[in-house]
Design a protein around this ligand. Structure first.
Ligand SMILES: NC(=O)c1ccc[n+]([C@@H]2O[C@H](COP(=O)([O-])OP(=O)(O)OC[C@H]3O[C@@H](n4cnc5c(N)ncnc54)[C@H](OP(=O)(O)O)[C@@H]3O)[C@@H](O)[C@H]2O)c1
Length: 327
């Protein structure tokens, strides 16, 4: 039987990385395309997934047998704080439409995407898959977090009532080509890459907010892509899996900024604005479950992945999502 894998959010940071891996890994290999597989990478222009009728149309058009569900309203801290209801409602609608259409079309497997930022604010570290619902999320992103947490609840309900094979992945901070580089609403790496690029171009200082001391786990989008493909093909349980580098691979914001300065080739004044807040010092997540299941995985070294990402940004500045080309 033909296998049709629909990737929702297929034009975003993670979707583009899955497309890259499927197109570049050797055919038939663990992460490469298998014989008889068709991969569809859908953007919002193919259907607004907040709308049930457009979602149904997408399913009728492609008749997916498998779904990697990435589409979401995502944003940085500012946007999350300002548009809490929109983040809650849009993501609830998107997720409900996708899961229900998948049920109605007898999709054999759905892997939906959560995020480590949906975990409780007050929680014992490291984060692991059992702690998603043990307390309220951080107040700043409660709309996004509650909508995403609901996917795990829905997955369990679809399994119990209808026997569906729906599960979820929980990535840590992702970076890579095709990221969102909007200066006002991006995650830390793309935001700093864009800032450093402008500092070089305009001959101005490169100023990083905060002390540079906080530690974070970053996963390269192309590594994450392989892990999604693994989870789709080889993991058949409803419980989520954290997709992350190990806790011993945390990097400080200063290490991130140093690597960006090097990759961009910036030689001007570079400093930390310690009057700005740092956020939490660390929020480590355990990848023990992942490593136990996958049986070994080689993550791309951070600096190498960052070089690839910065090179992509420099080569694609004119068309990248910088927030500067809005119509
Ligand atoms: N980036 C991170 O650090 C991170 C970390 C943890 C988890 N995640 C999760 O990873 C997933 C992918 O994130 P990303 O960083 O790749 O996001 P992204 O680059 O912003 O891409 C979002 C994708 O979702 C699509 N989309 C948004 N609203 C839609 C709608 N109403 N209908 C149909 N499609 C819609 C977009 O389509 P268009 O291109 O047409 O707009 C785009 O393809 C999300 O579920 C996110 O929560 C991301």
């Amino acid at each position: 039987m033909a296998t049709v894998i629909l990737v929702t959010g297929g034009t975003g940071l993670v979707g583009k990385a899955i497309e890259h891996i499927i197109n570049t890994e050797p055919e038939g290999s663990r992460f490469g395309k298998k014989a008889g597989e068709t991969w569809i990478f859908a953007s919002s222009s193919e259907g607004d997934l907040r709308d049930p009728a457009q979602t149904r149309q997408l399913y009728e058009k492609y008749k997916p047998t498998h779904v990697i569900h990435l589409a979401a309203l995502v944003g940085g801290l500012f946007k999350n704080m300002k548009y809490k209801l929109t983040f809650l409602r849009d993501n609830i609608l998107i997720n409900d439409n996708i899961l229900h259409a998948s049920y109605e079309h007898n999709v054999q497997k759905v892997v939906s995407c959560l995020s480590t930022c949906v975990f409780p604010d007050k929680v014992e570290y490291p984060l692991d898959e059992t702690k998603i619902h043990v307390g309220p999320p951080h107040e700043s992103n409660f709309g996004y977090a509650h909508a995403k947490r609901m996917v795990d609840v829905q997955n369990h309900a679809y399994k119990e009532e209808f026997g569906c094979n729906f599960t979820s992945a929980i990535p840590t901070n992702v970076f890579g080509p095709h990221d969102n580089y909007d200066l006002e609403d991006s995650h830390v790496i793309p935001g700093l890459v864009h800032k450093c690029y402008l500092a070089k171009k305009n001959n101005t200082p490169f100023v990083v907010s905060g002390t540079g001391k906080p530690l974070r786990q970053f996963i390269f989008s192309q590594d994450l892509a392989k892990l999604f493909i693994w989870q789709l093909r080889e993991y058949d349980d409803v419980e989520p899996v954290i997709l992350s580098v190990g806790e011993d691979e945390e990097v400080s914001i200063k290490e991130v900024a140093d690597a960006i300065v090097k990759a961009v080739g910036f030689q001007g004044e570079y400093s930390f604005d310690t009057t700005r807040g740092d956020g939490q010092f660390r929020k480590p997540a355990s990848n023990k479950k992942l490593l136990g299941l996958i049986g070994g995985f080689e993550f791309t070294p951070f600096e190498q992945a960052l070089d690839i990402s910065v090179k992509w940004f420099l080569d694609n500045y004119a068309t990248a999502r910088t927030g500067l080309h809005k119509a």
